[in-house]
Write a protein that binds this ligand. Sequence first.
Ligand SMILES: NC(=O)C1=CN([C@@H]2O[C@H](COP(=O)(O)OP(=O)(O)OC[C@H]3O[C@@H](n4cnc5c(N)ncnc54)[C@H](OP(=O)(O)O)[C@@H]3O)[C@@H](O)[C@H]2O)[C@@H](O)CC1
Ligand SMILES: Nc1ncnc2c1ncn2[C@@H]1O[C@H](COP(=O)(O)OP(=O)(O)OP(=O)(O)O)[C@@H](O)[C@H]1O
Ligand SMILES: [Mg+2]
Length: 322
Amino acid sequence: MQSVMSSGPSLEADSVSILRSIIPGLESTKHKGQAGKIAVVGGCREYTGAPYFSAVSALKIGADLSHVFCTKDAAPVIKSYSPELIVHPILEESYSIRDEEKSSISAKVIAEVEKWMERFDCLVVGPGLGRDPFLLDCVSNIMKNARERNVPMVIDGDGLYLVTNCLDLVSGYPLAVLTPNVNEYKRLVQKVLNSEVNDENGTDQLLSLAKGIGGATILRKGKSDFVSDGKTACAVSIYGSPRRCGGQGDILSGSVAVFLSWARQCAAKGEVSMNPTMLGCVAGSALLRKAASMAFDNKKRSTLTGDIIECLGISLQEICPV
Ligand SMILES: NC(=O)C1=CN([C@@H]2O[C@H](COP(=O)(O)OP(=O)(O)OC[C@H]3O[C@@H](n4cnc5c(N)ncnc54)[C@H](OP(=O)(O)O)[C@@H]3O)[C@@H](O)[C@H]2O)[C@@H](O)CC1
Ligand SMILES: Nc1ncnc2c1ncn2[C@@H]1O[C@H](COP(=O)(O)OP(=O)(O)OP(=O)(O)O)[C@@H](O)[C@H]1O
Ligand SMILES: [Mg+2]
């Protein structure tokens, strides 16, 4: 059992202890899949980097299999980045189809994802998804299907745009994690709390927001990351880097998906007492921030997202040696 909070009045989570408590051992008795099967729903004509960063980060942290469900345009590009990813070219944007095809395509999309759904430990919805209305409608159906089967979801990027406009997709679902950046958080606060972001009372507002969404967990990204499930709140401020290259949130979404899956395994065995989605967020945030800090030490101003991904393994090794 571990405490999510460090001692004293600080909100800072004891993230190193949390990481150590949920990272599974590497044992020869385990079979492929037991360390996690993650699926990223994202990737369109404009954005192919974001789903790749998220899905490959999940593998680099220790998941066994990582899938990407993306548009037909994006799939060959994402496949070409890495043979490690299992890429499903199933989504369509409005520009590439006729109106009369929409209902049959929509049915095909959900049938294709449904075949796999039960195998997934967690979905990441949104990295590089784009905002095409027909595509987002198909993704809503995927989210409803995941929810019916109790599959956890990390919602980021354009997935947050979708959810902010249709809160019912996550409202009252404790296995949903929302990972907003500054803009995405502002839109959520405006929609759910009907107010502006108030940093003087930031923790209370975050608690209210998570409560307002019915117990989904929120990871508010920024200089420090803040996490709340509506009952408790904590912060991760350790490590970090001054480089703000795009894609760091994508690494985080894939990382949180893996860590929350591991935390749920621990919770099922009674090894942790905290909400596993909170543990997953704290662990993901701390690891990303450590990897970003190591990458910056090496690369300084030229640090890019790929450099940070390359530091995930050594960061894990320093915290929890094999
Ligand atoms: N390589 C890829 O494929 C990547 C693809 N990605 C995908 O892109 C999609 C859209 O996501 P997003 O994050 O670009 O959209 P959003 O949050 O609206 O930000 C847009 C603008 O807001 C501003 N801004 C940002 N931070 C701010 C701050 N702290 N304080 C103040 N302003 C701030 C800033 O505006 P600027 O300064 O340029 O005026 C910024 O440019 C989504 O699918 C995502 O997954 C990314 O994951 C990156 C890697
Ligand atoms: N000002 C900051 N100082 C230090 N670290 C930060 C700062 N802002 C963000 N981070 C770190 O970067 C991570 C990603 O946050 P960011 O706000 O860049 O997400 P994002 O905009 O969704 O990224 P992406 O470009 O992948 O979409 C956060 O979890 C946090 O740890
Ligand atoms: Mg983002």
